[in-house]
Design a protein around this ligand. Structure first.
Ligand code: SF4
Length: 356
């Protein structure tokens, strides 16, 4: 890095100024500039990461950048070498293209993909600059296919990258990473947005063990997606007693079960009840919003309309199921969910110890 800067007659002073600007980009004070300079100079010793964005709202990047422990700066500066990230990288234009090309050529990187990939027309999502050597903006689907070849592992971050998410049924026909390049190296970390703890945990696992953690049939790490939200929900007791929120304005119903308001917790696997978001300050159900099922492949269209009761589960006094059978119904729902979730496979296609 320094030699290439020297070739371009960039002085140490200008380099440090650029590092100070990068610190501000990361929400740090300029006093972090020496640490950033150190990280840049030692980047070749750390695991390279390429972060591509497809059709997305950058919500997963936002979620990651709002981490508090560890901070994004600690991860970016101390743990990985972030070679390319369209939202937070310092370089722009052809310099950004060059950084991506160099990282792609070097290979052996962790590829993080955020956002879905358009299949209706590749030009619906492009990135890169136009120049004499690069006459057209590059469709993200082409970049993804190229980046996949030399990636050591691929993390599909968020529901859009995992299986299309909210744009799956739009004219772009957005699809997940596995739909484009296959499942072999892909770890799905769905949710809308992703839980940044899942990204950090998966990165740490991969950097430590040099392999993907045990995954379920949807390529999700079992350590984060092995339990049903409904089973660990703090409102489960109200479900069992047939106490449901029907009127948000009634304070007596404030803690009741949200199933009638469209909660997809009985069909959704995630550790939200124990992990929450933002240092476990809150999560959807804690904030009285029904679970939207955003960690499931059915999200979004398959669970729509989100705020209406699902039709395929009978509830006490609601779907003609007597109240005394609620526990049986709940158990049956859980069993169905678990059956659908069974049999994990590793990112490399073999069963691993710990798979269910
Ligand atoms: Fe919790 Fe939703 Fe299950 Fe009710 S239906 S207990 S709110 S997960």
């Amino acid at each position: 890095m320094l030699s290439s800067l020297a070739k371009r007659k960039v002085s140490r002073r200008d380099f440090m100024k650029a590092c100070a600007a990068m610190a501000v980009y990361l929400g740090l004070s300029e006093s972090f500039a020496p640490k950033i300079a150190d990280a840049v100079e030692n980047a070749s010793k750390k695991t390279p990461v390429i972060w591509l964005e497809g059709q997305d709202c950058a919500g997963c990047s936002e979620a990651f950048l709002n981490l508090t422990e560890p901070t994004p700066a600690q991860i970016i500066l101390d743990t990985i070498s972030l070679k390319y990230h369209e939202t937070v990288m310092f370089g722009t234009g052809y310099l950004a293209d060059k950084a991506l090309d160099e990282a792609l050529k070097a290979g052996n990187y962790v590829l993080v993909v955020e956002g879905s990939i358009p299949t209706a027309d590749p030009m619906f999502c492009t990135a890169g600059t136009m120049s004499d050597t690069n006459p057209a903006r590059r469709p993200v689907v082409e970049t993804l296919k190229e980046a996949y070849k030399k990636a050591s592992v691929v993390i599909a971050l968020g529901s859009c990258a995992s299986w299309g998410g909210v744009v799956q049924d739009t004219p772009s026909k957005g699809r997940g990473v596995s739909d484009i390049v296959g499942k072999e190296k892909v770890i799905n970390l769905p949710m809308c947005p992703c839980n940044p703890d899942h990204l950090v945990g998966t990165l740490v696992y991969y950097l430590t063990f040099k392999k993907a953690p045990p995954l379920d049939i949807h390529q999700r790490p079992l350590m984060f997606f092995g339990t049903l939200i409904h089973d660990n929900c703090p409102r489960r007791g109200h479900f069992e007693r047939g106490e449901f929120v029907t009127n948000y304005g009634d304070p007596n119903q404030a803690e009741y079960c949200l199933y009638l308001k469209g909660c997809k917790g009985p069909f959704t696997f995630s550790d939200c009840p124990s992990r929450g978001f933002n240092d476990n300050v809150s999560w959807c159900i804690k904030a009285s919003a029904p679970c939207a099922g955003c960690s499931q492949p059915e999200f979004y269209a398959g669970f729509s309309p989100l705020y209406e009761k699902s039709n395929d589960v009978n509830l006490p006094g609601i779907g003609g199921v007597p109240s005394e059978t609620v526990g049986t119904v709940a158990a049956a729902v859980t069993a169905l969910g678990v059956a659908a979730h069974l049999v994990g496979r590793s990112v490399f296609g073999k069963k691993k110890e710990g798979d269910k």
